[in-house]
Design a protein around this ligand. Structure first.
Ligand code: HEC
Ligand code: HEC
Length: 153
């Protein structure tokens, strides 16, 4: 009993040491509604006001209609807001102070990916910077560690 409690505490304490770990907390509604057109993006990668803005306008979601009934919408919005604001999220507002809706437009994302050329982003095997899993092969499990990256040709 004592031993397992100690090891559990150790496992929790050592999580932040894994730089690229953004495991998505379990949530059935989020998985059902927000991972059908694309992968489930980690809530930790945007601040709460960005998620609120996105969840307030789902009928016009990046050219798609992702609208939900009000109960599901508020449940998912609450889940995102509670799990937002990761330790390394960085600034998620634009220069005018408006919340950004794209993780891929945040200052931290741009900085981490500045060595990737426009031509690479446009490869047929990648298509969009939002296609995380094209390069981060274990992104679905929240693993963005540099050792798990493989840029496709
Ligand atoms: C009907 C399809 C569809 C559904 C359902 C959907 N999305 Fe999207 N989403 C898109 C498309 C299309 C894009 C733009 C992808 C691109 O630029 O490559 C997008 C982009 C995003 C982005 C920005 C990615 C970036 O560039 O950083 C986030 C965050 C996001 N969606 C979250 C959500 C959440 C949260 C839900 C659930 C409430 C959801 N999506 C449901 C179609 C959908
Ligand atoms: C074209 C391939 C490619 C795509 C697509 C891509 N990335 Fe990356 N990502 C990289 C590379 C390369 C690095 C830099 C690794 C390094 O130098 O440490 C990186 C770094 C990162 C890091 C930093 C990892 C760390 O250890 O701190 C995060 C977080 C990350 N990416 C998240 C994302 C997310 C989220 C998406 C999708 C919205 C995405 N990436 C899309 C290639 C890609």
């Amino acid at each position: 009993m004592k031993k397992s409690a100690c090891c559990l505490a150790f496992a929790i304490l050592s999580l932040p040491a894994l730089a690229g770990n953004y495991a998505v907390p379990k949530n059935a509604a989020f998985e059902e509604e927000c991972a059908s057109c694309h992968m489930a993006f980690p809530p930790q990668m945007l601040h709460a006001d960005s998620w609120r803005a996105m969840m307030g306008n789902l009928s016009r979601h990046f050219g798609s209609d992702a609208s939900l009934d009000e109960k599901r919408r508020t449940a998912i919005a609450d889940f995102l807001v509670v799990n937002a604001n990761g330790r390394k999220t960085g600034n998620t507002r634009d220069t005018a102070g408006k919340p950004l809706l794209r993780i891929t437009e945040t200052e931290r994302f741009v900085r981490k990916h500045r060595e990737i050329s426009a031509a690479t982003w446009q490869r047929a095997s990648i298509k969009s910077p939002a296609n995380c899993v094209a390069c981060h092969r274990q992104a679905a499990a929240g693993n963005y560690d540099e050792h798990a990256i493989q840029i496709p040709k």
